[in-house]
Write a protein that binds this ligand. Structure first.
Ligand code: ASP
Length: 310
């Protein structure tokens, strides 16, 4: 390519799952697409202004965390006892610095809290009341539980609790959000944010805030963010495994992503991943009927999709 414009790529997901043209309402379809477009706009504004991949993924995730259409920040799913507990992680491919929080209950933007853990503490992962205290101590914007709580999510919890074996398929409604980017300098970053699974209990933590499971970034290989049944992603170490295969076997990010999604299927699970490479390529792989996803680059029109056939 001969251009003076720095090349960059941003890829987003808003969760994978059972959504099809028949099961998703026109309103939910439109809300999902609008949210992804808004997040792409926020992230690409950073990259087009020669900002870093790290700033771009944070900017995109902040928009999705404020959007009740997604299961992250405002609009997170409820725990079994009717609370909101947010998980988030962010990782910088330049030096593999990383920060994450699990079970955070009072920070408006969990991804900002994860980044503060990375940049303002000697730690990588803080959980529960400690994460909340760190957030207050560092003056991050707070939000009360009512701000996160959305009526539709309460309805989903009530439906599930009323009939745990009923048609509500807990394993198939993922609305986690993720972003991966490569900037004009060839650096990659990844970020993931989620409320986890509806009716989770016992302090359950999924893959999203676990570096190497749901989130990973390494300038030598790729940046990855995952969505799906977190327990399986933890078992396979999906995000780090994709990066490792690119780095050690020299396969493309597309092939590595396809391999891991195949192996996820082999152990009986479903989900999706988004990936970018330091060379500027980006994409996704998933084995669910749909995945909220979007991609924008310096020289292509932004693309947003939900269903498997688009
Ligand atoms: N991976 C998330 C979790 O297990 C769920 C999701 O992708 O929506 O917490």
């Amino acid at each position: 390519m001969t251009t003076d414009t720095p090349s960059w790529t941003l890829v987003l997901h808003g969760g994978s799952g059972s959504m099809t043209r028949h099961t998703l309402s026109p309103e939910a379809d439109a809300a999902g697409r609008a949210g992804l477009h808004a997040a792409l706009a926020a992230g690409t504004a950073v990259l087009a202004a020669s900002g870093s991949a790290l700033d771009a993924v944070e900017a995109a995730i902040r928009v999705l965390e404020d959007d009740p259409a997604f299961n992250a920040g405002r609009g997170s799913v409820f725990t079994a006892d009717g609370r909101i507990e947010c998980d988030a992680a962010i990782m910088d491919g330049r030096d593999r610095n990383a920060g994450a929080v699990a079970g955070a209950t009072a920070t408006r933007h969990p991804i900002v809290l994860a980044r503060a853990v990375m940049e303002r503490s000697p730690h990588v992962l803080l959980a529960g009341t400690g994460a909340d205290a760190f957030s207050r101590d560092h003056g991050l914007e707070q939000a009360d539980q009512d701000w996160f709580a959305i009526a539709e999510r309460r309805r989903q919890l009530d439906e599930l609790l009323a009939d745990p074996d009923g048609p509500f398929d807990i394993g198939m409604k993922y609305g986690t959000v993720g972003a991966v980017a490569v900037d004009g300098a060839g650096h990659v970053a990844a970020a993931t944010s989620t409320g986890g699974l509806t009716a989770k209990k016992w302090g359950r933590i999924g893959d999203s805030p676990l570096i190497g499971a749901g989130t990973y970034a390494d300038d030598r290989a790729a940046a990855i963010s995952c969505t799906g049944a977190g327990e399986y992603f933890i078992r396979l170490g999906v995000a780090h495994e994709i990066a490792a295969r690119v780095r050690l076997s020299g396969c493309s990010i597309e092939d590595a992503a396809d391999m891991l999604i195949g192996e996820l299927g082999d152990i009986g699970s479903k989900g999706g991943v988004i990936v970018v490479s330091p060379d500027g390529s980006g994409g996704w792989a998933f084995n669910t009927p749909g995945m909220y996803r979007a991609i924008a680059t310096h020289d292509t029109t932004p693309e947003v999709a939900i269903y498997g056939d688009e």
